[in-house]
Design a protein around this ligand. Structure first.
Ligand code: FMN
Length: 227
């Protein structure tokens, strides 16, 4: 039986990048997917497809794409300063885990790839011009109909004692991923999530406090409370 206290789960569902190779029963994966599809989606379209990759050869291919994408990520990191809210020790631990996953993505017993079909409005030619302009501006919202499901996956994994992490850099080589997974033209990937039992333990999620990131009524007016 999974642990069920929602807040305990949320507060301890930090990214896990070091995973054991022990198999994850299909029954548990099915329950995780069933939690995923409880998420909301725009117009309740549920235009998602979740590819569960267990085949070792396919995992290896996806792992190789992730490894290649990591070279690009490291170039991005090289030009970026360490975020000020993370101390040097924590940052080194974080980078250690991140680089471990670069080499081991394909070793996770399950790789889950949440995908989404293009919005029902994409390519619609019979829309009035003012509507077309408005929805073009909303293109940045593309992932909003899949990431709630991704978060449910993260929480459900935690509830079953499994580790996972939301990763996205495979998208630097989306075309290769599409070919590996035989995706049809209208389906896009939004994450690559390794799933497995953790090598270590789940740990408390640390974040900037609420009053540093929330405002009352308008920007700049700090929310006055903290936990
Ligand atoms: C949009 C998005 C993309 C991410 N991409 C990656 C990634 O490509 N590789 C990775 O190791 N972690 C990735 N992460 C995980 C973040 O690094 C992680 O959520 C963050 O450092 C907080 O860590 P914690 O959950 O352990 O507290 C991503 C997270 C998000 C939300």
């Amino acid at each position: 039986m999974p642990e069920t206290d929602l807040f305990e789960i949320m507060y301890s569902a930090g990214s896990i990048r070091r995973l054991r190779s022990d198999p994850v029963p299909d029954e548990i994966i099915t329950k995780i997917l069933d939690a995923a599809i409880r998420a909301p989606s725009g117009s309740n379209a549920q235009s998602w497809v979740f590819i569960v990759v267990k085949d070792p050869q396919t995992r290896k291919q996806l792992g190789a794409v992730y490894r290649k994408a990591s070279d690009i990520l490291m170039k991005l990191y090289a030009g970026a300063a360490r975020p000020s809210h993370i101390d040097e020790n924590k940052y080194q631990r974080f980078m250690g885990a991140v680089t471990h996953l670069f080499e081991h993505m394909g070793d996770a017993p399950v790789l889950l790839v949440p995908c989404l079909r293009a919005s029902m409005w994409t390519g619609a030619s019979n829309l009035p011009p003012e509507v077309k302009t408005r929805i073009a501006g909303a293109a940045r919202l593309a992932g909003s109909s899949i990431y709630p499901a991704v978060q449910n996956i993260i929480l459900a994994c935690r509830a079953f004692g499994l580790g996972t992490v939301l990763t996205t850099i495979h998208a630097f080589f989306e075309e290769e991923v599409r070919e590996i997974l035989k995706l049809p033209a209208d389906l896009q990937t939004f994450a690559l999530m390794p799933i497995g039992y953790p090598q270590g333990h789940h740990y408390p999620v640390k974040r900037k406090p609420v009053n540093q990131v929330a405002c009352l009524d308008h920007y700049g007016n700090q929310w006055p409370h903290n936990m």
